[in-house]
Design a binder for this molecule. Structure first.
Ligand code: IMP
Length: 192
């Protein structure tokens, strides 16, 4: 079994990754390797922020691993909230962030947006990047209770429901994260 670090504090996400990459890979998260640092996310793109996390693990722990960074990009706002998705309204809070965005979008007809997920991988001396995107449109008011973040106001292209109205299995078939993780998994499984 090949050990890999997933540079995240999120236990649920780590379990998901472990399920996807088993049995060839054993996934450790930051707590498992004793890393309590708040790894600086000072990049200007999802890809850069993800790469900073894997580089940190390589430098400080000499371990291979991967990291993700994701968010929402709105076309008429030139890609905002982008890397600031989690704190768009100033503090962490899904409802506040959505309200802040909906206010900015008031009266704007072009509601095109996409979620992006970048996964960086540090593996056997090389750095790799895998990206997933899902395009759609923003509503003018939230709908649905599932999911998190901007899910209640995002309707993916070709669907009538928001991400928050879909069940997790359905969202996980088409989401930006699912697409990026599928690319990572295909790559890693081919290396064994
Ligand atoms: P993270 O990089 O996965 O922690 O995501 C950063 C932020 O982007 C989250 O706090 C959400 O605001 C937003 N975001 C990322 N992925 C999703 C998603 O699948 N649905 C809704 N919001 C998301």
């Amino acid at each position: 079994m090949i050990e890999m670090v997933f540079a995240s504090q999120n236990k649920k996400k780590t379990e998901e990754m472990q399920a996807l990459l088993a049995p060839e890979y054993k996934i450790l998260n930051l707590a498992d390797i004793g890393c309590m640092a708040d790894i600086p996310e000072t990049g200007i793109s999802f890809a850069e922020n993800a790469a900073l996390k894997t580089a940190y693990i390589k430098t400080h722990y000499k371990l291979d691993g991967f990291a993700d960074d994701s968010g929402l990009e709105v076309e008429v706002l030139n890609g905002e909230p982008g890397i600031y998705s989690a704190r768009y309204a100033g503090a962490r809070g899904d409802v506040l962030n959505m309200e802040f965005l909906l206010n900015k979008m008031a009266g704007i007809a072009n509601r095109r947006a996409n979620f992006t997920c970048a996964i960086s991988l540090q593996f056997r001396g090389e750095a790799y990047l895998f990206e997933g995107k899902v395009f759609g449109n923003l509503l003018t008011a939230p709908r649905g209770k599932a999911g998190f973040g901007y899910d209640p106001i995002f309707v993916p292209e070709g669907y009538a429901q928001t991400f928050a109205e879909m069940d997790a299995t359905e969202k996980n078939k088409i989401s930006h994260r699912a697409l990026a993780v599928a690319k990572l998994r295909d790559f890693l499984k081919a290396q064994v």
